[in-house]
Each structure stands twice: as C-alpha cells, then as structure tokens.
Design a protein around this ligand. Structure first.
Ligand code: SF4
Length: 326
C-alpha cells in the first residue's frame, strides 16, 4: 500500500479545507476505503479522519428524523424511532454486511461505498470505473451480479448498499456541506447512472462532504418491508433487493414507495410501479402487475438474465410482506 498522511479533523471547516486539496480523502469507518487502498484501487496522499466531528446524532425534527453522517449503521438500525417509524430502514441496515462491519460503518460511508464488481477490484483487468478509458471487464466477463437497469456499455456495475435502497424508498434528503455552505438534494438524485463517466459514482463535488440525511414522516410504518435475495443468508451482497412501503386504508393502497437494489448503478426507485399501485386493492394480482411495470426497460447480459425473473418475483413478494398478505 502506498504511504499516506493521516490527519484527524477537529472541525467541519478544517475538513472542508483539507479535502479541497487534490489527493485527499475523508475516512470514517473505513470499511470500504481501506480495502480499496490495500488492493491498489485507490491511493490517496492524505486521509482526513472525521470520526471526531459531532455528526453522530439521530434527532427527531418537526417533519421527520435527522440522522448524522457519522451515525453508525448498527446504531441507526437499533434506534427506537427508526424501528418504530421507519422499520424498512432498520431492516435494510440489518440485511447489510455483518454485525462487525455495521458497528464500524457510518451512514455517510455507506452512501459513499463503491461497487463490489470484481473487475473493479482486480487491477490487472480493464475497468472504466477504476481507470477511465480502459474498457469494462464485466461486459464480456462474469456479470452475474451486474445491472439490468440504466446501463451503458461503459459500465454495468451495481451500487452495493442496502441502506441506500431503504433511504431512496423513504424519500430521504441528503444534506451536504461545502465551502459555499450547505445544500440539500433528494436521495434519489445523490447517486448517478454510469453514462459517459462511470468513474463518478455520485453528485458530491470533490470539495464537499455529507453531513446527514433527513427522512420525512410517512404513513408506511405499518406496511413496509425490505426483502433481500442473495446467495447466502448473511454477509452477501444482493442479487436483487426491494424496499416496499404502502399506505393502506380499508384494503386500498393510498400511496406506495418502492426501490430496488442489486439492479442498477444507483438505488433504483420504481416510480411508475408506485403510481400504478395507488387506488388499487391489496392483492397479489395488483402486485404482480406493478412488478411487470417496474421491469420495463430492463436489459440482461450473459450471466444475469435470471434477474429478469428474480426481480419481479422479489417485488411481488416484498409487497405481499409489506401489505400483510403473507
Ligand atoms: Fe469496471 Fe463498471 Fe465494468 Fe465493473 S462493470 S469492470 S466497475 S466498468
């Protein structure tokens, strides 16, 4: 591993000053960044440790809940308000990684984690995300874990997070600090599709940092579910996952929220399927129709065609769990 400088930031301002210099990266839990450095995928000159900044709070607000960027995944998943008001977020967090990793990983770090595409981690292979212009090893390679939505021939990687799928479904807002002050963006606009620049995972500028997320109150708590399908029961990334939230009154769906993981370069919100479900009776048939709508535009590669069947089945099953049908 390349030698690097280590700084411990005392303030948000000193962090922003430090990251405005090239070659500097923020580190918090380090559960992904250290792996990337060991493998030579990234080689920063300087790491700025922000774990001593006051960004660990989980605080009720007038319209929902604020979660600081340094709140630990394990803490958020066990927080009483999260469990009571946003259970699908708790479920999504507990579906991710291992207890040891969740005890180190932060909310901000979870959002910033990079794809687990094996070609991205193998520095002997071409990868447009790691080294723009070299090609995509996965395109003609082993692409069983890869995307079926929003792909371009430059990159077919998926975003690996479970938490982010939950936050996308819950209409969360990302709070970002930069030298010009704070800005807020919808969670669904934080991560990006690969397009012409697969090396860029999200819309955070190099001199900005995530300071927290806000989740608005909703009526989905009673009828929400996170379903993750994976190769083994724990410590595995999603083949497909679905976050589902339903607002149901007298057997009719008033509002729906749906997002998928394991299928795109970003958490994949299913807006058209949500619209379809509004006003429908709670039934397996409605859920199957919504799942078919959600699959419009899906495209498989050599080894991931199974996701074209697995994804709608997972959507249907998640909606059945959320609605209480099973
Ligand atoms: Fe790299 Fe993306 Fe291709 Fe994987 S899918 S090898 S991350 S360019």
């Amino acid at each position: 591993m390349k030698q690097f400088q280590y700084l411990r930031a005392a303030t948000q301002q000193s962090t922003l000053d430090a990251i405005s210099k090239p070659g500097t990266k923020i580190i918090a839990g380090g559960t992904n960044l250290i792996d990337l450095m060991k493998r030579g995928v990234t080689a920063p000159d300087k790491l700025v440790d922000i774990t001593h900044l006051p960004l660990k709070n989980i605080t009720p607000t007038k319209s929902g809940l604020h979660i600081g960027a340094l709140a630990l995944n394990s803490t958020v998943s066990e927080n009483g308000i999260v469990v009571q008001k946003f259970p699908l977020l708790s479920m999504a967090l507990k579906a991710g990684a291992s207890p040891q990793l969740r005890n180190m990983a932060t909310v901000g770090g979870n959002m910033m984690q990079r794809t687990r595409c094996s070609y991205f981690y193998d520095t002997t292979m071409p990868c447009n995300k790691r080294e723009p212009g070299t090609g995509c090893g996965a395109m003609g390679g082993l692409n069983r874990m890869h995307a079926i939505f929003g792909t371009r021939d430059k990159c077919i990687a998926v975003h690996p997070s479970d938490m982010c799928v939950g936050l996308a479904a819950l209409d969360a807002t990302v709070i970002i600090a930069g030298k010009k002050g704070e800005r807020r963006i919808p969670f669904t606009e934080f991560h990006r599709l690969p397009g012409e620049h697969p090396d860029v995972d999200n819309t955070l500028a190099k001199d900005e940092m995530i300071i927290g997320v806000d989740i608005p109150d909703n009526n989905f708590a009673k009828n929400s579910y996170y379903l993750k399908v994976r190769d083994r029961q724990s410590y595995a990334f999603a083949l497909v996952s679905v976050a589902a939230g339903l607002d149901i009154s007298n057997g009719t769906i008033r509002q729906a929220r749906l997002a998928m993981g394991g299928v795109a370069h970003k958490p994949w919100r299913l807006f058209e399927a949500e619209k379809f479900l509004v006003g429908k009776a709670v039934s397996e048939d409605s859920f199957k129709q919504a799942a078919q709508i959600a699959m419009q535009g899906a495209k498989a590669y050599e080894y991931n065609a199974f996701k074209l069947k697995l994804a709608p089945a997972t959507i249907t099953e998640a909606l059945k769990h959320a609605s209480g049908l099973v």
